[in-house]
Write a protein that binds this ligand. Structure first.
Ligand SMILES: NC(=O)c1ccc[n+]([C@@H]2O[C@H](COP(=O)([O-])OP(=O)(O)OC[C@H]3O[C@@H](n4cnc5c(N)ncnc54)[C@H](O)[C@@H]3O)[C@@H](O)[C@H]2O)c1
Length: 362
């Protein structure tokens, strides 16, 4: 008798599961963060062992970070280590114990404003922390290190869409400079130690379990509370808003394709996104710019309530518009973001309401 399609799928699933179980663990830094939690969740869902690192910093309410950890902790293949990513001894201990062969490095002090107000913390976490992970990673012979860079590296550039082939030598915040520094450090480790390393320049990520300092959360909170929302540059700002599930798909696909030297790389006309070393650099965005006013209109419709709009001038460190050229990530890993703004924001608002029903303010 021919096996049914369902039983064939089950057998295939068991084989894939067993193969996963033979893999060494993945370390995810910034695991209690917005993107980190979702990346861990997806890795666990496909049967990976995951070791999460996070310092649960107070940049925004650590209760949200603890709630994300509580969600991940339900999974038997998840282990959490509360350590500072810039503490070399602690990071080395976790790397020794985990015996991981892949790392997704997301821990950072995010936020343009934070880097202006508290430059020392930004540099300690984003630069010292990054070198710590690179050094621990090369000592442990990682098969692949994927790390978060940012669209903010494009700084004062005005040619859209932003392509990795543009020079990014004019940052407009220390945060951006720290991410650009990460890219340089990553190339150095790829060159000197042959550490396979891939950077992803994230473009404005939003979705459930998102960050309280970002537009989706700030605007939703204010609209629901009948408070004014601050719209900078009178709303004439454009962002390549990218839904979290699309981002996670891109991160995992990238992780599964360790960076290799590019044999076509030409030292006399060097392209930025690859190298003679095992180094790659990609944009990861939606490839569609949305005006802030359209973002607010969409939220109002979803919430069913008008916003009180407070129009303000542009803030220091902000860029006017972002839009990602994602053709390289499309070509190399088949990245293809598919979530519309209205679907993504609807899922965010639904999650936001439920989260606050379950976690009312004290
Ligand atoms: N969310 C976005 O739109 C966006 C855009 C561009 C780049 N990024 C980058 O993506 C990564 C993840 O961002 P996110 O939005 O999830 O931010 P997040 O703040 O939610 O997550 C970062 C996590 O890192 C942890 N952390 C901070 N300092 C630490 C330290 N010294 N040691 C250990 N852990 C520490 C924080 O506690 C936090 O949980 C960051 O590197 C960020 O710069 C994010």
């Amino acid at each position: 008798m021919m096996p049914s399609l369902a039983s064939e799928v089950l057998v295939w699933h068991c084989i894939a599961e067993r193969r996963r179980q033979q893999l060494r663990p993945v370390i995810v830094t910034g695991a209690a963060g917005f993107i980190g939690m979702h990346v861990c969740d997806r890795l666990l869902a496909r049967g990976e062992q995951v070791v999460g690192i996070d310092a649960l910093t107070p940049y925004y309410d650590p209760a949200l970070k603890r709630a994300r950890m509580a969600k991940l902790a339900r999974h038997p293949n998840f282990k959490f280590c509360q350590i500072d990513v810039a503490d070399f001894a602690a990071v080395t201990r976790v790397f020794d114990e985990a015996a991981a062969d892949r790392v997704v490095h997301l821990a950072a002090q995010p936020g343009v404003r934070a880097s202006i107000d508290d430059p020392m913390t930004s540099i300690r976490t984003n630069c010292d922390g990054f070198v710590t992970v690179l050094e621990a990673g090369r000592r442990h012979g990682l098969a692949h290190l994927v790390y978060a860079s940012s669209s903010s590296v494009y700084g004062a550039n005005r040619t859209l869409p932003y392509s990795t082939e543009q020079s990014v030598n004019h940052p407009v915040s220390l945060y951006a400079a720290s991410k650009k520094a990460n890219e340089l450090m990553a190339h150095t480790f790829a060159h000197v130690h042959k550490l396979p390393v891939t950077g992803l320049r994230f473009f404005t990520v939003y979705g459930p379990w998102g960050r309280p300092d970002m537009a989706a959360w700030l605007f939703t909170r204010a609209i629901l509370a009948n408070e004014p929302i601050k719209i900078f540059n009178n709303g004439d700002m454009w962002r390549d808003f990218t839904y979290i599930d699309d981002i996670v798909e891109g991160v995992i696909r990238t992780l599964d394709r360790p960076a290799t030297p590019n044999p076509a790389w030409n030292a006399e006309a060097p392209e930025n996104s690859s190298s003679s070393a095992p180094y790659r650099l990609y944009n990861i965005g939606n490839n569609r710019s949305v005006q802030l006013l359209e973002f607010v209109d969409t939220l109002e419709k979803i919430i069913g309530k008008p916003a009180i709009r407070q129009l303000l001038p542009i803030q220091a460190g902000d860029v006017l518009e972002t839009r990602a050229d994602i053709s390289e990530l499309q070509r190399d890993v088949g990245f293809s973001p598919s979530t519309s703004l209205v679907d993504g924001l609807s899922r965010f608002v639904e999650w936001y309401r439920q989260y606050h029903r379950n976690n009312p303010p004290a």
